[in-house]
Design a protein around this ligand. Structure first.
Ligand SMILES: [Zn+2]
Length: 434
């Protein structure tokens, strides 16, 4: 008789092993400590906790490869105005006024509880005060790669422009590098907000400390055109020539990349974080994900921040991503439900260079596992299990394990307190006038 800390009886199981989307019936998962110790046909076992997922679909924890966690506090803040005006007249001034460690901590808590309830276990974040965000993530039991922003103008955590960003980075590397769940990342904001010197320094820092680098690239047609005008080359070509693509890189968006850009990304092993809902909402366009994938570029899925989505629901993002790809290709076979599930799990883990630890349910990997309750009218009858992504809303997520710990049980967070967070949010809004 095997002994597990947590055992999960699975009705349907998609392990994503080898990046393949298959559906097995009546399987057992055994978890010991932080790791998966058994996946297979049911065997005799004893466990401290047994999760009955016999009427559920079990998948790996979802990996959100691009977000700005604290921006939950800007959810619905001045929507539906032109992008440039939205950024320069609304978001940047509000950030300058409000973004401090308290804002980032509260916004992150709200983000984590929302994302947990819809099946996300891992994030790649980009924002300010990431050392504060790191502590909140650590306490939540979730997993994150936290990208401290570097940008060529005074930022909320670098107001006097005297190296505050790199002091935070140094603290993060010192405290979190090698941590099991929290990893420091360097995040130059974008090619159009960073000089060559700033980008070079960031790349050197990333290489020196062997940490990931994340950056927004080719989000809009305007950005692509400005780069041609100012530098005589595309943003991707410029980043390549600077040497930035020699780091482990995740490029967010890549909506307007050329064929040559995509070839460079494939050659350099640079991953794309695809954010379909943000790209639609901001009217940016549709990233050529089929063309990227066909060239061997790793494409992960992301929600972007809550100001441009307006949620952190990776389950709905899979649905939106499939539909946007079909619409933009005028081809309903361009991207499948299975492709999107792979993008939200296996490929996301690959983008984060963490495929040896997460991204699939396999013996020896960390236990990041999601169960989805199928006993809902809008999900029945189940003919093709992966097709569920076209009807799931996110609230059907029942259990979430991260690093072997049950963080969501029957839809209720075990560590985070949604009611407490909402209460503090009300108090905060009243106090700061948000
Ligand atoms: Zn973004």
């Amino acid at each position: 008789v095997r002994n597990f800390d947590v055992a999960i009886r699975c009705g349907y199981l998609s392990t994503l092993k080898g990046g393949k989307v298959e559906v097995e019936k009546d399987r057992l998962i055994g978890v010991e400590g932080s790791r998966i110790a058994y996946v297979g046909t049911p065997i005799p076992f004893e466990a401290d906790e047994t999760i009955d997922a016999s009427g559920k679909w079990v998948i790996p924890g979802l990996v959100n490869t691009h977000t700005h966690l604290p921006m939950t506090l800007f959810r619905g803040y001045s929507d539906d105005v032109p992008l440039n005006e939205w950024l320069t007249k609304h978001i940047f001034p509000a950030e300058a006024r409000l973004v401090d460690p308290e804002f980032c901590r509260l916004g992150t808590e709200l983000a984590l509880v929302e994302a947990l309830k819809s099946g996300t276990t891992s994030f790649l974040d980009m924002y300010y005060f990431e050392d504060d965000i790191a502590e909140v993530v650590d306490r939540s039991g979730m997993r994150a790669w936290l990208g401290q922003s570097v940008i060529d103008f005074p930022a909320p955590d670098n107001k006097s422009f005297d190296g505050g960003d790199y002091r935070i980075l140094d603290r993060m590397v010192e405290r979190w590098k090698g941590h099991e769940r929290v990893s420091p990342v360097i995040a130059p904001h974008a090619p159009y907000t960073c000089s060559d010197a700033t980008l070079k320094r960031a790349a050197e820092y990333g290489r020196k400390h062997d940490i990931l680098l994340s950056i927004h690239v080719s989000e809009t047609a305007f950005e692509q055109a400005e780069s041609q005008k100012n530098f005589g080359k595309s943003p991707t070509q410029r980043l390549h020539d600077i040497g930035l693509m020699d780091c482990g890189c995740v490029f967010a968006h890549c909506v307007h990349v050329s064929e040559a850009d995509m070839d460079l990304m494939a050659k350099k092993g640079v991953a794309c974080a695809h954010n379909p809902e943000s790209n639609m909402k901001l009217g940016s366009g549709a990233a050529p994900i089929r063309a990227m994938m066909d060239r061997g570029v790793t494409v992960g899925l992301g929600t972007d921040g809550c100001a441009s989505n307006n949620d952190l629901n990776m389950i709905r993002e899979m649905d939106s991503g499939a539909k946007l790809a079909k619409l933009s290709a005028r081809d309903n076979a361009a991207v499948s439900a299975a492709d999107m599930l792979r993008m939200a799990t296996w490929e996301g883990a690959k983008a984060l260079r963490a495929l040896d630890r997460i991204g699939s349910i396999e013996e020896g990997k960390l236990a990041d596992i999601v169960t989805i309750d199928l006993e809902h009218p809008h999900l029945q009858p189940v003919h093709e299990v992966p097709s569920l992504i076209y009807s799931l809303q996110g609230f059907e997520v029942s259990e979430v394990l991260c690093h072997g710990r049950v963080l969501l049980r029957q839809g209720r967070p075990t560590l985070l307190s949604p009611a407490g967070i909402l209460e503090r949010l009300r108090e905060y809004r009243g106090r700061v006038g948000l």
